[in-house]
Design a protein around this ligand. Sequence first.
Ligand SMILES: C[S@@+](CC[C@H](N)C(=O)[O-])C[C@H]1O[C@@H](n2cnc3c(N)ncnc32)[C@H](O)[C@@H]1O
Length: 265
Amino acid sequence: MSGELPPAGTATGRKPRYRTWIRRSRLVVFAGLSVVCLVGAVLAFLSPWFLLFLLPLGLFGYITTILALTVYRFAPWGGDLQRRVHELIVAKAALPPGSKALDVGCGSGSLAIKLAKAGSVVTGVDSWGQDWEYSKDLCEDNARIEQVADRTAFDNQSGAALRFDDGSFDAVVSCLTFHEIADVERKTDGVAEALRVLRPGGRFVFVDLFGDPAFYPDGVLAAIDRAGASVVESGSLAESLPLPFPLRHPKVLGHAMLVAGTKDS
Ligand SMILES: C[S@@+](CC[C@H](N)C(=O)[O-])C[C@H]1O[C@@H](n2cnc3c(N)ncnc32)[C@H](O)[C@@H]1O
């Protein structure tokens, strides 16, 4: 026996696995295309075909660089921005211990688990599509490792139609999920559905690409108002958290906003 203690907050010495928001498959595809174009350009050097490879090489190389740098910034060794966004949401929620909270689109459980560690009883829902490297098993394993399995539950549900009664939760949070929900007419329908299950007086904190007109042509504030909730705080994510290059890029978090408030009584 080494006598070494597991790191604080973990049950077994195993580390939780919180995947980044960038799908690895996407990075691999663009890196692969860049390599193919590079090899083509080298082989076609001194022929007119050279240009045919050079132009896509510039494009795919640029996308690969942005994706790789983004993964680096999100990861623990590159600034841990993903963890810091989740910690920001927990801080903005400022929930009293024992609060019943819901995380819509909980991914690998990182935000739900942080809320549970801060004292809430948390349900995380997600559709866990094949497109993502997240799963219910991964959430449950992470919760066990972080010693909050008794205060977390994870369920496969779509944010488009939650299987909870109106007003079931003291708080509802969500991070970068509403724009991903496909089975809705407007992305704001997912926001309204999340607010439906919030009790009067309950608190919500949402981070999403609310500033991107491709997802939210009319913004999100009017939809929150129509759903019977009041916005207390709204601004770009970069106002709350310094975002290093390339996270302010419009295709990364440049359109991300934090919107928080309460459900009207
Ligand atoms: C960018 S990830 C964010 C994950 C997590 N909120 C986080 O901050 O780590 C987007 C998440 O939305 C989830 N998602 C996509 N469509 C969904 C739907 N219809 N209902 C619930 N979750 C969905 C994905 O499975 C994925 O976990």
